[in-house]
Design a protein around this ligand. Structure first.
Ligand SMILES: O=C1O[C@H](COP(=O)(O)O)[C@@H](O)[C@H](O)[C@H]1O
Length: 621
């Protein structure tokens, strides 16, 4: 398996939310294309509020529509408390998002824990695992459930879901859902998806907010940290290169104080700084300017920057002051937009590899080159026009249309490439499972190796009858789902869709790359595909390897002009150590794509069968 990680920076939640939305909707659309539903796992903590900000915004068009009625929401982890308890992740999601979804947007199916078992976390976990089995195993899974997307938080200690640093649960290989009774973060009793399930998801996005995570971010990107978040990163592949995509200097321009009667104001551009004693926050609140940046971090002027002297102005100058502020805000927005625009292009530029892989797949399934060329030009013109139309809006300070269009295009092509690869892989996996379905239960997770610590001893010891029942259910579902549907439908679907998807990916990648050149974003835009040819090679390694689909990690970084990092984002590909790269203080959006899915699934199917041994999963436990 392989992994590549890209870095995306966002100045604040306001900037992250639209990008997150675009990303989630792309995942949604891919899921709907795959199997008519969107299966997403969500965390608690700070995620639901950010998610609500992203998803409750109005749609910019049909492709941007959140089709909640097609969503199946699961919980990446849940606390063993009643569903109306303030500690409940469900209650939090309900309050922040579910209750605010307009009726006309449709209502998602939400899979909650069964409150009946709150006093028995093992049973609670087992029951929730059955919820997953019922939803996933008959159709979409070989050995592990495959979420279309997992939206995960990241704690300041590097935990994710309820997988905590150093905890034995990190070694769980058998269960899909596991109990934990000694969570270091209250409440102690919880259930969580296990690491294999998390890393088996089509996509995993970390969305982490808050200044308290600054320090842990450095460790998370240290491959030796052993932190749960790092393990999730690593579990998605063994090739991981960290590349710098975005300038580190982000400025906040704002007024400290405005008053119509006796206006005084300070106008400054400064690196975002954490709140210091004696800041201007009180004044900010008094004047309604807001003393924090939307995720708990107070924005204050640097104490001695020499640029925050107050000017007493007559009323007539008040208007001028506002105009100046608008102008400064525009400059800051343009800077941020330039960076975000670059991100789009960078991400889109990364499609070189997808394009190559897609084209190769198209070739493999017999799509003609000539058709691709013609279509590519047409799509190129359309994409150019789309960007041209988006640009005026962006220049007027409403950067999202432009941003969305670019990101959308890039993600769309990449998602299509992903789809083709996944469907191809599922087809093969189904075929493989079909061959063995007669004498094996392919969906029952294999038991843990005998020498592994058993986090689930009680289940293994005392739940034999239920396991047997589950195994029978799994077996039936496997035969039905994988042999009949998997083999036939997926095969048909794949055969019908692969050429089309291959073309789409190839065309869109070429188009966006061309746009990147025209936009004058050089170097980085070609980084993924051009830097060392790595991605291209991956895309061209044969039909069993899907095109590179880079993982994405983004972070708000502290301004580091002093460290001399500013302004070189246009200088071309620069590979850096992630630990040097970021000092995140605000928002992280990470997307990890489990690439080479078909190869991975094939491996895992084989491994699963091999590992099961004579006991065949949990049947004999
Ligand atoms: O306890 C939990 O914490 C993590 C991280 O929360 P955050 O507030 O730091 O974002 C969360 O992802 C998890 O779901 C939750 O149970």
């Amino acid at each position: 398996m392989g992994q590549q990680t890209n870095l995306f920076n966002f100045p604040d939640v306001g900037a992250l939310a639209p990008a997150l939305r675009t990303y989630v909707v792309q995942c949604q659309n891919a899921g709907l294309n795959r199997h008519g539903v969107f299966k997403v796992g969500v965390s608690g903590g700070s995620l639901p509020a950010t998610l609500a900000k992203a998803l409750l915004a109005p749609a910019s068009g049909p492709e941007d529509t959140v089709q909640f009625d097609k969503w199946e929401i699961f919980f990446a982890d849940e606390r063993a408390v009643p569903l109306n308890h303030e500690d409940s992740n469900y209650a939090l999601l309900k309050k922040e998002l579910l209750d605010k979804i307009p009726a006309e947007a449709g209502q998602p199916t939400v899979h909650t824990i069964d409150e009946t078992y709150l006093n028995d976390t093992q049973e609670l976990a087992d029951q929730y695992e059955q919820v997953l089995v019922r939803s996933f195993a008959s159709r979409d899974s070989v050995k592990l459930p495959i979420f279309d997307l997992l939206l995960l938080g990241c704690g300041p200690d590097g935990h994710t879901c309820s997988l905590f640093p150093g905890h034995e649960l990190l070694r769980e290989t058998s269960a899909w859902v596991a109990p934990i009774e000694d969570s270091p973060k209250p409440p102690p009793k919880r259930i969580t998806l296990t690491l294999p399930v998390v890393t088996h998801s089509v996509r995993v996005a970390f969305v982490a907010t808050g200044a308290g995570k600054k320090d842990i971010m450095k460790q998370i990107f240290d491959e030796d940290s052993g932190l749960p978040t790092t393990l999730v990163n690593e579990g998605c592949g063994d090739r991981c290169s960290w590349k710098r995509h975005v300038a580190h200097v982000l400025y906040e321009v704002r007024a400290l104080s405005l008053s119509s009667t006796k206006p005084e104001f300070s106008l400054f551009a400064h690196p975002l700084l954490p709140h210091e004693e004696g800041s201007q926050q009180g004044q900010d609140q008094k004047h309604g300017v807001g003393g924090e940046d939307g995720h708990g971090r107070e924005l204050v002027a640097p104490p001695d920057d020499g640029r925050d002297g107050r000017l007493e102005l007559p009323d007539v100058v008040d208007a001028l002051a506002h105009a100046l502020l608008d102008l400064a805000g525009g400059v800051a927005a343009a800077e941020a937009r330039r960076e975000l625009g670059a991100q789009d292009l960078l991400q889109d530029g990364g499609l070189d590899a997808d394009a190559e892989g897609g084209a190769q797949r198209a070739e493999e399934v017999g799509a003609g080159d000539g058709d691709g060329g013609v279509l590519a030009r047409r799509v190129g013109d359309e994409a150019h026009e789309r960007r041209r139309q988006a640009r005026p809006g962006a220049q007027g300070g409403q950067d999202q249309p432009g941003h969305g269009a670019g990101l959308h295009g890039g993600l769309g092509a990449r998602a299509a490439a992903d789809d083709a690869a996944r469907e191809e892989g599922q087809g093969r996996a189904a075929e493989q499972q079909g061959r063995v379905a007669g004498d094996r239960d392919p969906v029952v997770p294999p038991r843990a190796a005998d020498d592994e610590p058993r986090a689930h001893g009680r289940r293994h010891a005392g739940h034999g009858a239920r396991d047997e029942q589950q195994a029978r259910l799994h077996g039936r579902q496997a035969v039905d789902g994988l042999v009949q549907q998997g083999q036939e439908e997926e095969g048909r679907h794949l055969a019908g869709r692969a050429p089309e998807v291959g073309h789409e990916a190839g065309e869109q990648g070429a188009v966006e790359d061309d746009v990147a050149r025209r936009e004058g974003v050089r170097g980085d835009a070609h980084l993924d595909g051009d830097e060392d040819g790595e991605e291209g090679r991956r895309g061209g390694e044969g039909r069993d390897r899907r095109a590179a689909a880079p993982a994405v990690v983004g972070a708000v970084v502290e301004a580091d002009e002093q460290r001399g990092h500013g302004g070189d984002e246009g200088e071309g590909a620069e590979e850096v150590d992630a630990r040097e790269l970021l000092e995140p203080v605000g928002v992280v959006l990470a997307r990890q794509v489990q690439d080479e899915v078909d190869g991975c699934e094939g491996d895992e199917a084989e491994r699963g069968l091999a590992d099961e041994g004579p006991d065949r999963g949990r049947q004999g436990d």
